[in-house]
Write a protein that binds this ligand. Structure first.
Ligand SMILES: [Mg+2]
Length: 378
């Protein structure tokens, strides 16, 4: 068959790739790998790869893993994928145990040997797996692999030429296969350690508003929850500070770490909106936020609190949080609120307005890879 017409295949492992690695013998144990749906949906829609599952399910049919326990959850996984427009062309599952030395066990090619024919283009096909044996299978099939595994996974040198990409996210695999960098999530991790605080933060600007920053300060945690939810960034982290002194260092350094993480995740800021603004009303307060990820820190504040503390949290630290964020994220930040409102409402409206302004400013404009500045840099 002519090379042009040969079919390209994505061989896909199941456990550790589509669902989290464990013996999936009940519905409760089905836990999907983050972004698997959005990535496979885009791959299905925008490429012509055949999707072929290749999975070993050790000992299905034995007393420790009865077939009935396997079947329901396995079918549920496929029906959920189908509901998202992801349809496998072929499914190959081997139930043997390692000691059976079955030819269907990875990295042996027994289950998918038929794809090594003229009908299929192995040179441009890939195996997506989370283990070294998956990459060995790629080599044995004459294709290449995507290793979806933590960066410290050890790979024998002789396998490296057969690995197209080591990825810690499905989004990177989709971006590679579709050749569309906009599918890649903009993420960053920051560790900030001083004599006063120790902070770890991870940010995904293209998230859905999941995560939490633990700080040990009740009201501040409540405000950071608003930032996560309303920015729709996924943010997780922990701040351990010298709270025996007071809250100041923890609040300031959390803001600095968050600003640094956002700046890092934005990269060269190509294709982003750059500007964002929001007005949020909360009962007796209206807060306004405007932000410009200009590369220059500037902070304009026009708000007052009627109470010195909110619970036990010093009100003045709200201003300090935003000013510190502006410095670290190198953004212009304007915040204002109507005077005389309840201080809890004023603070919460400000945090929500800020978060929603950030959400607008970091948004990528589909298909636009330019930098939103006539200077050519931000
Ligand atoms: Mg696996």
């Amino acid at each position: 068959m002519a090379g042009e017409n040969r079919k390209k295949v994505l061989f896909i492992d199941r456990d550790g790739v589509i669902v989290k690695e464990c013996q999936v013998d009940s519905y409760e144990r089905i836990e999907y790998i983050p972004h698997v749906f959005e990535a496979l949906r885009e791959i299905s829609r925008r490429t012509d790869y055949l999707l072929v599952m290749v999975s070993n399910q050790d000992g299905v049919g034995t007393p420790s893993f009865p077939y009935e326990s396997y079947k329901g959850p396995a079918e549920r996984i496929f029906s959920t994928l189908r509901g998202e427009g992801i349809v496998f062309d072929d499914v190959n599952i081997d139930f043997s145990l390692p000691e059976d030395n079955c030819p269907g066990r990875k990295p042996l090619t027994g289950m998918i040997e038929r794809y090594r024919s003229d009908e299929y283009d192995m040179e441009h096909s890939f195996m997506i797996g989370d283990r070294v044996t998956d990459m060995m299978l790629a080599r044995n099939m004459g294709c290449r692999g995507f290793l979806l595994a933590p960066g410290d996974t050890e790979i024998p040198d002789d396998l490296l030429p057969f690995i197209a990409l080591r990825a810690d996210s499905w989004c990177d695999i989709a971006a590679y296969l579709i050749d569309d960098g906009s599918l890649r999530h903009r993420t960053a991790e920051v560790r900030r350690k001083t004599k006063e605080t120790d902070i770890s933060l991870s940010v995904d600007l293209d998230g859905t508003g999941e995560g939490r920053i633990e700080t040990g300060i009740g009201f501040f945690g409540h405000m950071l929850d608003q930032v996560v939810r309303h920015s729709r960034c996924d943010i997780t982290g922990r701040a351990e500070g010298d709270l025996f002194v007071d809250e100041h260092h923890t609040v300031e350094d959390t803001a600095l770490a968050l600003g640094e993480a956002v700046l890092k995740a934005l990269g060269d800021k190509r294709g982003i909106e750059r500007y964002g603004y929001e007005i949020v009303m909360m009962d007796d307060t209206v807060a306004t936020a405007a932000i410009d990820f200009s590369g220059r820190p500037e902070f304009i504040w026009d708000a007052e609190f009627t109470m010195e503390t909110i619970g036990t949290f010093p009100s003045e630290l709200v201003r300090h949080f935003f000013r510190s964020f502006s410095a670290a994220a190198q953004c212009n930040l304007y915040l204002s609120a109507t005077r005389g409102g309840n201080s809890h409402h004023t603070a919460e409206a400000l945090f929500k307005a800020f978060a929603r302004a950030v959400r607008k400013a970091v948004r990528r404009i589909p298909g636009d890879t330019r930098i939103a500045s006539t200077k050519g840099t931000l």
